[in-house]
Every structure is written in C-alpha cells, then in structure tokens.
Design a protein around this ligand. Structure first.
Ligand SMILES: Cc1cc2nc3c(=O)[nH]c(=O)nc-3n(C[C@H](O)[C@H](O)[C@H](O)COP(=O)(O)OP(=O)(O)OC[C@H]3O[C@@H](n4cnc5c(N)ncnc54)[C@H](O)[C@@H]3O)c2cc1C
Length: 296
C-alpha cells in the first residue's frame, strides 16, 4: 500500500521477524535504513505521515524474552513488549507501583492499550509519554542490549524530545523497578483534553516512602512540561524528614511549578501547563499518601 502522496508506503517496507534479541541486533546492523517496531502505534503513524522513513522494519513481536512481568532479586522486571493493558492489570505492579498502573490505564483507549508497549513508550521519548514519569519516580532502570547488555537509570535515559542514550543498534530489553520499602505510596495524575485517545497536557508522578510518621524519601516527576521528564528535585527534597500535611504538600506543589519549562503547543499554552503543575502535583501527593495509609 503506497500512500496518496507517493512517498514511502507501508507496503514498500520490508518486515523482518527475528526470534531473538541477538538476531534483531544483527539485522539492525546489517540492513539499510532499518527501524525497530514493537506495537507500531507511534512508528507506523509517523511513517504514514512522512515524518520518519524506513526501508526495513524489525518487529520485536516474536521475541519471547521481551515478555513477562516478574519479581527477582528485590526488583520488578517488566519485559519491553508488555502492553499498557497487561501492566494495568498486573498484581505485582498494582501492589508495588500503582502509579505505573495509573499511567498505563490513562493511555489512549483499549485498542491502543492492547497493542502499544512499555518499550515503545519509553524508547520513543515523546515528552508527553505517560509511563516515564512514574518509572523515574520509582527509580527504574532500563536494560539495553546490543549483544552485551548495560543498565541505565531512566532518570538519565532521556536526552531530549524523542532523543535517548539508546544506541542505534541497541534494543531496550526490559525495565526494572526496585521493590519499594513498606509504607510506600505512589500515584500518577494526568490532564488531557479528552478522556480517551489524548496525550497528556501535563502528567505528574509522585512516590513517597514513610518511616515512622515522617517521609523518608520522595520523588516528584513532571511529564509534558519540558523536552524530557523532569525530576523536581527541590520539591522532592522539601518533603524529606517531614510529616505529611496539607501545607507540606502545598509547598512541594509550588516548588514543582518552579521546576517546569513548558512550551505552548496545539494542546495548551505554556502558562496553562504551569498552572496545572501544582494542582496535579498536589493531587498525586494526596493519592500517594492515601495509598500509604491503606497499607496500615
Ligand atoms: C490514538 C493514539 C493515542 C495515543 N495515546 C497515548 C497516550 O495517551 N499516552 C501515551 O503515552 N502515548 C500515547 N500514544 C502513543 C503510543 O501509543 C505509545 O507511546 C506507545 O506506548 C508506543 O509503543 P509502541 O510499542 O506502539 O511503539 P512503536 O510505535 O512500535 O515504536 C516507537 C519507537 O520506539 C522504538 N522502539 C520500540 N520498542 C523498542 C525497544 N524495545 N527498544 C528500542 N527501541 C524501541 C521504535 O523503533 C520507534 O522509534 C498514542 C498513540 C495513538 C496512535
């Protein structure tokens, strides 16, 4: 099928279906103008719109090692090919990282949630992507494979809008999240222009861990307000060693607003985005705190 503009149509592209990461990496190195495709919900749209070209697509669908969610060595591992639908219903994720379930549930609508993948959501590095903020708040790392594998904190993974440190011949194989200590709560709050099939205008993830009656650790991460997700350091630090309270969360929400560098685009003005940050930060902290109390 060639598109109406006569540019590269999807049927002009050769599809390859490797069975292993090694095979995929080899194809990436050998083939001209080759791209990885997971669920295709970002990439195929971009190709159809002529924003990206490819002569060869390397599908990750048949690689079984990219699937599964499991617990091992104090971490939750999520294969890169797991879909938002699988993530939102997974018991390990719901128990330990409900903010990631929130994010998965907020993506698009059922059809896209059944096709898209966490690997594609992270690797595409679109500033409004929903899963990176809760993953960074949970201190997740990604495993990159190009024959040998390396691990990188997702806080360092994103280098710009649609840019990452992932090399041209690397596959994001999985992400892992350290199992948070008891009395940890997390939440992801998003505002979009519609309830379904709409990218975030702003998304905020918060994770707090309590020790006694005080917050021992907190991470607040903002999405869609800069080229990359932002760990709001001052806001996060302001919570440490403090008892949760309305005024404490209010102050952290105000500090989070200072960390954002939003732009105006088709979805919202920079001003509107800035105004949303304290509201969504406050909401995410409130829900995270409720989730801590629900465990007691
Ligand atoms: C109607 C619609 C609504 C949407 N709504 C949302 C939304 O609400 N929130 C949201 O966050 N996103 C949304 N999206 C965007 C998209 O669905 C997600 O980002 C999705 O998670 C991308 O995953 P994928 O598997 O489809 O990626 P693909 O399209 O297959 O790939 C995307 C990019 O990542 C690369 N890639 C994929 N997997 C890997 C890997 N394992 N290793 C290295 N590189 C890889 C590809 O080469 C490509 O460059 C929407 C898209 C559509 C079409």
């Amino acid at each position: 099928m060639s598109d109406s503009k006569g540019s590269t149509g999807l049927l002009d592209i050769k599809l390859h279906k490797p069975q292993s990461i090694e095979e995929a990496v080899k194809l990436l190195g050998d083939l001209e103008d080759a791209k990885l495709v997971a669920g295709g919900t970002d990439l195929l749209v971009d190709i159809k719109q002529g924003l990206i070209t490819a002569k060869n697509l390397i599908s990750l669908q048949n690689i079984q090692s990219l699937r599964g969610i499991w617990e091992e060595t104090g971490k939750i591992w999520i294969g890169a090919m797991m879909t938002p639908k699988e993530i939102q219903t997974d018991s390990l994720i719901n128990q330990h990282v409900p903010s990631l379930s929130d994010a998965a549930r907020s993506i698009a609508a059922t059809q896209i949630r059944s096709m898209a993948t966490i690997g594609g959501n992270v690797a595409s590095a679109v500033p409004s992507a929903d899963m990176p903020p809760p993953l960074i708040a949970a201190e997740a790392s990604g495993v990159l494979d190009c024959g040998t594998s390396r691990e990188i904190s997702l806080a360092e993974f994103f280098t710009g809008a649609r840019e990452t440190i992932c090399g041209a011949a690397e596959v994001l194989a999985s992400v892992w999240i350290p199992i948070p200590p008891p009395r940890t709560g997390s939440s992801y709050q998003k505002l979009a222009l519609r309830e379904a099939n709409a990218l975030a205008v702003v998304g905020v993830a918060s994770q707090i861990s309590l020790s006694g009656d005080k917050i021992a650790k907190a991470n607040i991460v903002l999405g869609a307000v800069a080229p990359t997700p932002i760990l709001a350091l001052k806001a996060s630090e302001s919570l440490r060693g403090q008892r949760p309270s309305e005024s404490l969360f209010e102050e952290a929400a105000y500090l989070a607003k200072q960390a954002a560098k939003p732009i105006s685009d088709i979805r919202a003005s920079a001003w509107y985005r800035k105004e949303l940050i304290p509201i969504l930060t406050r909401r995410s902290l409130d829900v995270a705190w409720v989730r801590v109390r629900e465990q007691s």
